[in-house]
Design a protein around this ligand. Structure first.
Ligand SMILES: NC(=O)c1ccc[n+]([C@@H]2O[C@H](COP(=O)([O-])OP(=O)(O)OC[C@H]3O[C@@H](n4cnc5c(N)ncnc54)[C@H](O)[C@@H]3O)[C@@H](O)[C@H]2O)c1
Length: 253
């Protein structure tokens, strides 16, 4: 028996919203394990800088594609473009989102639609775009990012929470629809992950202390911790796992 290991040499991965935060960590880790990686984002400067930095030492192409993921056509074009340049696709990571705060009074038909357009719609439209490429590869993996907020329901993230709960259901339906083609679909449900953006906007010392008081594990939940779960779910080690949601929250729930 050979020891199981994570190795993405020769594999092709597409990541949505990969320029900063958890997405950038995903790009780095898949690249470090040998994958060719294409990722999109609206943050052109961060995306180009990340691709240029990783390309200096990567074993396979690392490609940044500028695209607004809330525009279904542009999103689908970027997935096709990435798959074309990489020579196919073995995995799609649906990471893009925007957790802007809102109260119930802030919600209008327009904010509701635009908020779902970035937090829910990209999961289905990137998955639809990736499916022919994954089928052509003989199967593959889709990893969707939900959030613990889908289970907790915070009052100031109503549309985001709705989208993230929808992603759990969408994951189950896509797993049923695509299982016969050996395409596995799972969701990651993270608690509060310490990224630069969270520190700048929401993760004050008081909020952090409050969060950690409710967690079994008192260390920071980091982008790399979440990326490790995505690597596992995208790898053949998870060959018979599909349609599931995996909470990673330092024991908060
Ligand atoms: N950070 C957390 O605490 C946390 C907790 C639970 C779930 N999550 C989920 O993990 C994933 C990554 O989280 P994050 O904190 O790194 O997010 P983030 O907001 O920091 O980064 C998201 C990335 O998407 C990009 N982006 C935003 N709008 C875009 C658009 N219209 N088109 C293309 N790209 C766009 C941003 O530029 C950024 O690079 C998200 O799905 C998020 O909901 C995060």
């Amino acid at each position: 028996m050979t020891a199981p290991q994570l190795d993405f040499t020769g594999k092709r991965v597409f990541i949505t919203g990969g320029a900063t935060g958890i997405g950038a960590e995903l790009v780095c880790q898949f690249a470090a394990l040998g994958a060719g990686v294409a990722f999109n984002d609206i943050n052109e400067s961060a995306g180009e800088a990340l691709a240029a930095r990783l390309s200096q030492s990567a074993a396979a192409p690392i490609l940044f594609l500028k695209a607004d993921a809330s525009d279904a056509g542009a999103l689908q074009d970027s997935v096709d473009d990435g798959a074309g340049q990489l020579g196919g696709l073995d995995a799609l990571i649906n990471n893009v989102a925007n957790d802007q705060r809102e109260t119930i009074d802030d919600i209008t038909p327009e904010t509701w639609r635009s908020n779902l357009a970035i937090n829910l719609d990209p999961v289905i439209f990137a998955s639809k775009a990736a499916t022919p490429h994954l089928k052509a590869a003989g199967g593959g993996a889709i990893v969707n990012f939900s959030s613990l907020n889908a289970l907790l329901g915070p009052a100031d993230l109503i549309t985001y929470t709705t989208a993230k709960a929808g992603i759990i259901g969408l994951t189950k339906s896509l797993a049923e629809a695509l299982g016969p083609d050996r395409i596995r679909v799972n969701a990651i449900i993270p608690g509060w992950v310490v990224t630069e953006k969270q520190r700048q906007l929401w993760l004050t010392p008081e909020a952090e202390a409050e969060w950690k008081a409710m967690c079994a594990l008192k260390d920071d939940l980091l982008p790399e911790d979440v990326a490790h779960l995505a690597l596992f779910l995208a790898s053949p080690l998870a060959r018979m796992i599909t349609g599931q949601g995996f909470v990673i929250d330092a024991g908060r729930t």
